[in-house]
Design a protein around this ligand. Structure first.
Ligand code: AVJ
Length: 327
């Protein structure tokens, strides 16, 4: 451990809580027809590594587009937010975090960084990485699930809460409303939310981003089956499922699916379950919604936020929106 400013980790989600959540998701998602599993289970060590690989693919534009927007506008965002604490929900992308930390610290305001994530190990690694360059910055990590523990994030300081990467698009409209509204309830009037969302564009480009030529996304998708094998003793054969990236035009979201190549039965002994798949039957593993700038503003307004700034609408690739609670 490097000496320097304090590092603390508050754990609101134990290994047992995670096991219980996985069990619940598998029982409700795999029992009947219309099978699905929430995307949070993609991200074991291998899944996180595959996601990092995805972000470097030529087809996967969102990460680069968001980084360019932060490079161009982080300073302005920091001026508008005048925050002394950066809270990051889903602390994945350290290089993007650094752009925000640098902008806040160049204004002389920065006092603390609070990454929030479901993975304890991941948070510790990210915090350690940052300490090389921000030796004096106190890091207070919080381990939790953003459907349940938003209210456990300490309210200390004047916070900028960043939710980047377009991850809010993995929630359906009802879940998004609830998430934004719950978040709003934890915020002081002068605090800001910085939200990253992928923009609606040519469906061919969107589909390519989720079905790359090298097949990295296909491996990322199948990896969720390996996670179920490791954690629940299931006997999924990942190569008996095809990767599908389907553009749902009506809902304006990408659906990632795993399509059974044949009739097969998968045993999940730890849950006493046997799951039957017919040939061609799909398991829905992720939705990733694409937005217009107006829609983002409308959804934020529906959760009692007002927009203080939007960046990226002209380029049409990706959007950053800064918002404040309105009352
Ligand atoms: C980081 C969750 C936003 O939805 O684009 C990448 C995850 N899935 N390729 C996304 C992902 C397939 C990504 N998020």
């Amino acid at each position: 451990m490097t000496p320097g400013a304090p590092l603390s980790v508050d754990v609101h989600l134990s290994a047992d809580d995670l096991d219980a959540a996985l069990e619940h998701d598998v029982r409700t998602g795999l029992a009947g027809p219309g099978k699905s599993i929430p995307p949070v289970w993609f991200y074991d060590e291998e899944g996180s590594r595959l996601f990092e690989e995805i972000t470097a693919l030529p087809e996967y534009y969102p990460t680069r587009a968001e980084r360019r927007l932060l490079e161009a506008h982080a300073h302005r965002i920091a001026e508008l937010a005048t925050a002394d604490t950066l809270v990051e929900l889903g602390a994945g992308a350290c290089d993007k975090t650094r752009l925000l930390l640098d902008a806040l610290s160049s204004l002389g305001n920065l006092r603390a960084y609070r990454p929030f994530d479901v993975s304890d190990e991941f948070l510790r690694a990210a915090a350690e990485g940052l300490r090389q360059d921000y030796a004096d910055l106190p890091v207070h990590a919080v381990v939790g699930d953003f459907h349940r523990h938003l209210d456990r994030i300490p309210r200390e300081g004047r916070r900028l809460i960043a939710f980047l990467g377009g991850t809010v698009g993995n929630l359906d409209p009802g879940q998004r409303h609830r998430f934004l509204f719950d978040l709003n309830c934890t915020m002081a009037a002068e605090e800001c939310l910085l939200l990253g969302t992928d923009l609606l564009k040519d469906p061919d480009r969107i589909v390519a981003a989720y079905d790359d030529a090298e097949g990295v996304t296909a491996e990322f998708n199948r990896n969720v089956l390996r996670v179920l094998n490791h954690r629940l003793g299931a006997d999924f054969e990942p190569d008996q499922f095809d990767h599908v990236a389907h553009w749902n035009e009506a809902e304006r979201w990408i659906e990632m699916r795993l399509r059974s190549r044949r009739d097969q039965t998968v045993a999940i002994p730890r849950l006493g379950m046997e799951v039957r798949f017919e040939a061609g039957e799909d398991l829905l593993t992720e939705i990733s919604a694409k937005f217009t700038p107006e829609q983002v503003a409308t959804e934020l307004a529906g959760a009692d936020f007002v927009v203080a700034g939007q960046w990226g609408a002209e380029q049409g690739e990706f959007l950053l929106t800064l918002a404040r609670p309105c009352c």
